[in-house]
Design a protein around this ligand. Structure first.
Ligand SMILES: *[C@@H]1O[C@H](CO)[C@@H](O)[C@H](O)[C@H]1NC(C)=O
Length: 254
């Protein structure tokens, strides 16, 4: 039984990597604690299924229809709605002001684009909370194309060993949050639909004595449409500044 499960996983893995070599977050470091990500080609085949702090994803592929719930935490509408932001059974712990490191799997160099991170404060137990279409998300970090023309999701990611780093806002009020992190790949974004969103939702308990909370929020789906600057964008001909989609980064009462 176990052998069979592993064989299926290995087969799926090789099919997936030959057809669609995209990616996902495979490891999360909160301060100094390391957590394995949700591994879509392995975890479902184990009994019991390993408990992760990342909400489950169907695979390494993107979301292109930005009106779907899938764009929140990476879902799979074609396979039903069971993946759509289904809570994970556990969460990690991280102090406000500390660094979060997200380790991405192999990422194709054609898939240039920004890396963006949002958070949402859970009103109750995060292992049961599904934000739906409510406006609860605020942006905490973004990285697009720098002045040297280097892209976050390819150049900078490769230069840092596939590790993306951001800091939990130092004065953020303690509590449970979903960290929604994404790469938006722009290789087909010259028309809509075309931009490919690769979201991940990580459940954390933020600790600390801060009292700051943002006052404006966006929803997913909702924050991005075909007419959002940076969603429809010709990455091959635009040599200027790249407008990173979504609201301004919340400076966290700093
Ligand atoms: C990223 O995660 C993979 C899989 O766990 C691991 O092999 C690799 O060493 C990690 N990369 C870094 C830079 O820690």
């Amino acid at each position: 039984m176990f052998k069979h499960a592993v064989a299926v996983a290995v087969t799926l893995l090789s099919v997936a990597s030959s057809v669609k070599a995209h990616g996902y977050v495979q490891e999360v470091t909160l301060g100094s604690a390391k957590y394995t990500g949700y591994l879509p080609y392995q975890d479902p085949y184990y009994n019991p299924v390993p408990q992760r702090i990342i909400r489950k994803i169907p695979g390494n592929g993107p979301v292109e229809d930005l009106s779907l719930m899938d764009v929140q935490c990476n879902g799979w509408s074609a396979g039903g709605s069971s993946y759509d932001s289904a809570p994970a059974p556990i969460y990690g712990t991280v102090a406000a002001g500390s660094q979060v490191k997200l380790n991405w799997t192999t990422w194709p160099d054609s898939h240039k684009g920004p890396m963006i991170t949002y958070m949402a404060r859970a009103p109750s137990d995060i292992t049961k909370w599904n934000p739906g279409k409510s406006a609860v998300w605020f942006k905490v970090h973004e990285s697009g194309k720098n002045s040297a023309g280097k892209w976050a999701a390819t150049d900078l990611l490769y230069a840092s060993n596939h590790i993306y780093t951001f800091t939990i806002p130092p004065k953020l009020k303690a509590g449970q949050y979903i960290i929604r992190h994404e790469i938006i790949a722009l290789h087909s974004a010259y028309s809509y639909p075309g931009a490919q969103v690769y979201p991940s939702c990580i459940q954390v308990q933020v600790t600390g004595s801060g009292t700051a909370l943002p006052t404006s929020f966006v929803s997913f789906p909702g924050a991005y449409t075909g007419s959002t600057p940076g969603i429809t964008y010709d990455v091959y001909t635009n040599t200027g500044t790249y407008p990173i989609p979504g609201p301004a980064v919340w400076t966290g009462g700093n």
